[in-house]
Design a protein around this ligand. Structure first.
Ligand SMILES: Nc1ncnc2c1ncn2[C@@H]1O[C@H](COP(=O)(O)OP(=O)(O)OP(=O)(O)O)[C@@H](O)[C@H]1O
Length: 664
């Protein structure tokens, strides 16, 4: 059970509700009026707020009665005759779109204080810009980033490959020049040696092992038949869509029976996630490893990161028990101690291949004879990747993320963003919230924003149907920081692939700022983006303008003041959507709870940066559109509870759920 008593929270956080600043009070009042004025006109039984004011709402010396942030907000019941129109996403108000998309039938329209059956909602919006922790200057340790040249000037034709193979692969990749990692790796693997390959994300490692694998299998005599069973096993960490020819996959999300049938027919190159393969090893008699001559561990650092070490041991034992001599390949974007251990148990005198240890390394394309040990902690990221971070107090996180998405996808062209968040529930929640508030009706020939989701609880068909065009992603946003630097590298590596440009943005709260130092220890350097700069995008979006105040004339207040007002209007829109009915409040609470659970899952060596006790529950709740900190959230796993341990592991494994944003 979480207990955010005042002694565990900073003094300034001792109350969950802070009085708004005068400009916020003003903005709130206008926002509420604007939002509901149209609805009120249509309501036959316009309600009056007549409940008692709580202590926080009593007028004080600097708060006039009319500025007290209590509003009546009747909820519209669409008349049957305009029901069809009301269901059109373009005519629905944000809160209505939220409800339509969740397809929830609210038991009650009342949230907060009920007023004796009256159709009204009691609204309380606390200050966004007051009582936040200070944002200290960001300390950026000096870092020399490792550089790796992606391409060589050599063509595939220079390799002694089967002509059919050259034609086939150029068909799929349009590749002309060999990638550096391909030039180093292909000859080593064709010579039959084991190899540990470390090269940055998106540098073409898949072809680096795919080409020698297919070349060697096509040369096998007598010719391979389907019924020979697996000759190669490729273990990958997750069931993301595969990018090259997939002869047969096992990845969960599909009935084991269907997979068994395919195994029985025969899969010569088996691509699988570790957990699923172990499942089949234990339960499927038809899985025979007697012909396996290749084992490839792709994205091996992530496989370990996701906690599959034990599964790998089961797989290795099973493979070692049978079969001809095997060639082993381990590929990774980062080198860690865990990886060295894995290489030691799974490989025979592997050649260690690394691309461009430093900027001079680009000329050195001979395999690096050094051992894997001792190369840990130095991560290379694509040279054309611009990495940023922004420090945002908890309360402002939601509006800041929204403003960033608008700045790139609404007010600039050609962007596609992936937002990583910490749980499936948060993905679902943000998807609905952003669709309701940000995507907006088509206006002035501007296409609406599109949001898509991808997370571990989705069915495989949904994932495949999504057809994610990953190469065109221009921004990676990490709304929740990952648990390991290796995971950080993999996430940002979804952009700036194979020599393209890309950018990333990491959200941190003031309490989490030492994460920058932690990344710097792994050669990762971030430049700071200012939260105020991101929020200032709202000045371009008149949907969040405080109506009436500046109509027809220029703002008399400072620009920062108007930015704050608009941010408050946006937050109010989010809160109105969330508090529109009990189901949406529950969805927000579930998302908050899963965020907190994931927060407890940071490894112990990161707890000094991410500790649940340093979180202010009320402020965190605000970033889920909740007006108050919910009571009785259970987040910490009870000691010895296997179920909760499982949940914590699941949360940790799902720190990579994401949301994709683009203009369509
Ligand atoms: N020589 C090449 N020329 C042009 N494109 C290439 C070449 N090699 C690979 N590609 C393309 O580059 C993209 C990235 O390749 P790939 O997915 O193999 O990278 P990776 O190093 O495995 O990345 P990660 O570590 O992030 O999984 C793919 O779309 C692939 O088709």
């Amino acid at each position: 059970m979480l207990n955010f008593s005042s002694d565990s929270a900073p003094a300034c956080h001792s109350k969950s509700y802070q009085r708004p600043t005068s400009q916020e009070k003003w903005a709130l009042k206008k926002a509420q009026k604007r939002k509901y004025s149209g609805i009120q006109k249509e309501l036959p039984n316009k309600q009056q707020f007549n409940g008692p004011k709580t202590k926080d709402q009593q007028p004080t010396e600097d708060m006039e009665e009319e500025d007290v942030p209590t509003h009546k907000s009747p909820v519209r019941k669409p008349a049957p005759k305009d029901a069809a129109k009301a269901l059109s996403p373009e005519t629905l108000k944000p809160a209505q779109r939220f409800k339509a998309q969740t397809k929830m039938t609210p038991k009650s329209k009342h949230v907060g204080e009920h007023k004796g059956g009256e159709d009204s909602v009691f609204i309380k919006t606390s200050s966004l810009f007051r009582n936040n922790p200070d944002i200290p200057d960001v300390h950026r340790p000096a870092v020399t980033q490792l550089k790796e040249k992606v391409f060589t000037s050599d063509s595939f034709a220079e390799l002694d490959l089967h002509p059919h193979l050259i034609n086939r692969h150029s068909l799929y990749t349009n590749a002309v020049f060999l990638g550096s990692v391909q030039k180093k790796t292909i000859p080593v693997l064709l010579s039959g040696q084991d190899a540990v390959v470390r090269s940055q994300t998106g540098s073409g490692k898949t072809l680096a092992y795919g080409i020698p694998l297919v070349q060697s299998l096509q040369a096998v005599e007598p010719k391979i038949k389907r019924g020979d069973g697996p000759l190669a096993v490729i273990v990958v960490p997750t069931r993301e869509p595969f990018t090259w020819i997939v002869p047969g996959v096992l990845m969960g999300g599909e009935k084991r029976k269907a997979e068994k049938a395919r195994l029985r027919k025969g899969i010569n190159i088996l691509i699988t996630t570790p957990g699923r393969l172990v499942d089949h090893i234990k339960n499927t008699l038809s899985i025979a490893f007697s012909a396996v001559r290749w084992l490839i561990l792709d994205e091996a650092d992530r496989i370990l990161d996701l906690g599959f070490e034990k599964d790998l041991t089961v797989i290795l034992n099973s493979l070692n028990a049978t079969g001809p001599p095997r060639q082993n390949v381990l590929l990774s974007a980062t080198l860690t101690d865990g990886l060295s251990r894995l290489a030691a148990i799974s490989m025979k005198e592997p050649v260690s291949i690394q691309v461009g240890e430093n900027s001079e390394g680009i000329n050195d394309l001979t395999p690096d004879p050094t051992t894997v040990q001792g190369k840990s902690d130095r991560f290379a990221v694509p040279e054309r990747l611009q990495q940023h971070m922004v420090v945002v107090p908890s309360k402002l996180r939601l509006v800041c993320l929204a403003a960033f998405i608008l700045s790139k996808c609404k007010f600039e062209k050609g962007h596609k963003i992936i937002v990583f968040v910490s749980s499936c529930e948060a993905v679902e929640f943000l998807l609905i919230l952003f669709n309701a508030v940000l995507s907006g009706p088509k206006a002035k020939q501007q296409p609406p924003l599109s949001f898509f989701r991808l997370h571990g609880n989705m069915k495989q068909e949904d994932v495949a149907a999504r057809g994610l065009d990953m190469p065109q992603v221009t921004w990676i946003v990490q709304y929740n920081p990952p648990t390991t630097p290796a995971e950080y590298v993999h996430r940002v590596g979804r952009t700036a692939r194979i020599g393209a440009k890309g950018s990333s943005l990491l959200f941190l709260t003031p309490a989490e700022m030492s994460y920058v130092t932690s990344l710097a220890n792994h050669n990762i350097s971030l430049s700071e983006m200012k939260m105020e700069m991101i929020l200032s995008t709202l000045m371009l979006d008149d949907r969040f303008k405080v109506r009436g105040k500046y109509d027809g004339k220029k703002s008399s207040g400072a620009p920062e003041q108007e930015v704050q007002e608009r941010a408050t209007v946006l937050q109010t829109e989010f809160e109105n959507v969330v508090h529109n009915d009990n189901n949406s409040v529950q969805a927000a609470k579930r998302a908050l709870q899963s965020f907190l659970r994931a927060y407890t899952a940071y490894p112990s060596n990161m707890k000094h940066i991410f500790h649940i006790k340093a979180l202010h529950l009320g402020h965190a709740a605000k970033s889920f559109g909740l007006r108050d900190a919910p009571q009785g959230l259970v987040t910490a796993p009870a000691k010895g509870s296997n179920k909760d341990k499982g949940q914590a592991k699941a949360s940790r494994n799902k720190l990579g759920e994401f949301l994709l944003t683009e203009l369509v």
